[in-house]
Design a protein around this ligand. Structure first.
Ligand code: GTP
Ligand code: MG
Length: 291
């Protein structure tokens, strides 16, 4: 995985890279979970606990930690906020930190590529992104299941959600639930806030959970909720539809990033991917046409 990721990073346009990504894109395996929420809410701690539970169940896990505040300098990631402690000898787990591109909370092209590759290999892929607001829209471009984390006593996230700034997650988690009374209040507030927003319109009701990751409390319920959402997506072609929409969204995003709105306009109908068409191959074809 490390070698493949460095190839993607260094030779993004090479035939081998495009072939590898297209093959991985066509053969997905993992449920991809986007774990998002404000700084310090407990995302990494929760990630560590989820990794432990998944590994104990015999599932392999890939993790991508996207850090909007860090910059890559000479290959080193500064300001890494992953803080994950994992067993270095366990080959069933792979963790990679990545700097976000300049757009606040935006997901770099490399993040999409890494997700596609990991999705073909592991049973679960988890993407940790910091953010309240716009950035959730970006994680929605790469994840099947969006989990939004809120900590007890944080009114801001609830205000964002009520104002419709935060996209409605598939699962909402109140972290640090060992602060019992405050966590219960946050859960009630969050349930209230979610009842004001539109539902997904497909019968999915957003579970609002309390988890104390440091104690392992509520973790089983969270894993059940993630599994239930995966089962929900597995019916009525929902997952295929959502992933096809994501592929179109990255393609348009990648073209816009590189060639601007003028390029986007010139690409026109090429941005509409026929079923089964690799967005990576299409991106290169559009780049050659425009460049
Ligand atoms: N009491 C309590 N503290 C927790 C819990 N989970 C995390 N914390 C603490 O909250 C702080 C932030 O935890 P992280 O897991 O690093 O949070 P994060 O959301 O990944 O932070 P960033 O990546 O910097 O945005 C740390 O000091 C943790 O020890 C919990 O379940 N209970
Ligand atoms: Mg973190």
């Amino acid at each position: 995985m490390a070698r493949a990721l460095s190839q993607i990073e260094r030779h993004a346009e090479a035939d081998e890279t495009i072939a590898l990504l297209s093959q991985a894109w066509a053969d997905p395996r993992a449920q991809v979970i986007g774990l998002t929420g404000p700084p310090g809410v407990g995302k990494s701690t929760l990630t560590s606990s989820l990794i432990g539970a998944w590994r104990a169940a015999g599932l392999s896990v890939g993790v991508i930690a996207v850090d909007p505040s860090s910059k890559r300098t000479g290959g080193a990631l500064l300001g890494d906020r992953t803080r994950l402690r994992t067993d270095p000898d366990d080959t069933g787990i792979f963790v990679r930190s990545m700097a976000a591109r300049d757009r606040l909370g935006g997901l770099a092209r490399l993040t999409v590529a890494a997700m596609v590759l990991m999705r073909a290999v592991y049973d679960r892929v988890l993407i940790e992104t910091v953010g309240v607001g716009q950035s959730e829209t970006d994680v929605a471009m790469v994840a099947d299941t969006i989990v939004f984390c809120v900590q007890p006593g944080s009114g801001d996230s609830l205000q964002f959600m009520k104002a419709g700034i935060v996209e409605v997650p598939h699962v909402a988690v109140v972290t640090k639930a060992d602060m019992v009374a405050a966590a219960r209040r946050a859960q009630a507030d969050l349930k209230g806030a979610l009842s004001l927003t539109d539902e997904f319109g497909d019968g999915w009701e957003v579970p609002v959970l309390r988890v104390a990751a440091t104690l392992g409390e509520g973790l089983g319920e969270m894993i059940t909720a993630l599994d239930e959402h995966a089962a929900h997506l597995a019916t009525a072609g929902r997952r295929e539809q959502a992933r096809a929409a994501q592929s179109r969204a990255w393609l348009a995003d990648a073209v816009a990033e590189r060639f601007g709105s003028h390029g986007l306009a010139r690409a026109g109908g090429l941005l509409d991917l026929p079923p089964g068409t690799s967005p990576f191959e299409r991106e290169r074809a559009i780049s050659r046409m425009l460049g």
